[in-house]
Design a protein around this ligand. Structure first.
Ligand code: FE2
Length: 283
């Protein structure tokens, strides 16, 4: 599926952009299903926020249990700015959800259909995944006005294998632009060190600093402005971030994190699967 030049780009730059990978009806189906799940969320039962701010993020005590319970389930998380000082939602429920995670690809028919197929299987092989294993799915809303930033990070830190194999499949569900918080990457940055690891021990998670190499600045990072339906595939070591969405347009995206089953999957990774819910690939 990938041409030689695309494989070269993936190897040298750490990412490849595939325009029109999903068609409009596939995009609409996923978007509609995500909206249904968001609308069905009960904000009185769960008000957990997702944030990469360490005081508020998954490692913060108060949301730890809910976050961990989402590993092999379908759970909604709010935007940081979703509630006012009186604890009321600042707008309609569905416009306040930050993301849905983390096993829709195995538990929801619409997400399952979107996340599987021969085309993805072939692509996975082309980027070096001999035996793809999909550990995580996330539907990220990046809501208008309140869609939070996601700080610089490397996805490998969440899904360690030996050797490194995690690869991110990032589907643009809306057009992603500078205004609504498109992804920024550091071309070639996957050749640098892994800076942090996110690990789990029992009911606790924490971030471990591994390497002090600074995150890229504006001179080394580029924005990836892409149309809805585009698939961006990138090496788990590629540094990336996205700014807050201050515009009045959403920037929905859907991601899959995939490792190679022929590599050893670390027992400290926050998502684990048992025999009752085995990890599987694209077909
Ligand atoms: Fe990421």
């Amino acid at each position: 599926m990938l041409k030689y030049a695309q494989k070269e780009q993936f190897n040298q730059q750490g990412f490849v952009i595939l325009k029109g990978f999903k068609n409009a009806s596939q995009i609409e189906a996923l978007k509609a299903r995500a909206l249904e799940i968001a609308c069905a969320h009960n904000p009185d039962a769960h008000r957990e926020v997702f944030s990469t701010d360490r005081e508020k993020g998954p490692q913060a005590d108060k949301i730890q249990d809910y976050f961990l319970s989402s590993a092999n389930d379908i759970k909604c998380f709010f935007e940081d700015g979703a509630f006012d000082e009186n604890g009321q939602l600042v707008r309609d429920l569905a416009q306040c959800i930050n993301k849905i995670g983390h096993a829709m690809h195995d538990l929801d028919k619409v997400f399952e259909d979107f996340s599987h197929g021969e085309q993805l299987a072939e692509l996975a092989k082309d980027v070096g995944l001999a035996k793809p294993q999909i550990w995580q799915s996330m539907y990220i809303f990046k809501q208008p006005h309140i869609g939070g930033k996601v700080d610089w990070h490397q996805d490998t830190g969440f899904f360690m294998t030996t050797p490194q194999s995690v690869t991110t499949f990032w589907f643009a569900i809306d057009d992603a632009t500078l205004e609504n918080g498109c992804l920024w990457v550091e071309p070639g940055g996957h050749k640098g060190p892994l800076r942090q690891r996110f690990v789990r021990a029992g009911r606790k998670t924490q971030i471990i600093e591994l390497d002090p190499t600074p995150w890229p600045d504006e001179t080394r990072a580029i924005p990836l402005q892409v149309k809805a339906g585009t698939l961006l595939v990138f090496n788990g070591l590629l540094p990336h971030y996205s700014a807050a969405n201050m515009s009045d347009r959403p920037r929905n995206a859907y991601t899959l994190h995939v490792t190679d089953g022929s590599c050893a999957y670390a027992p400290e990774n926050w998502i684990q699967r048992g025999k009752d819910f085995p990890v599987s690939g694209f077909v």
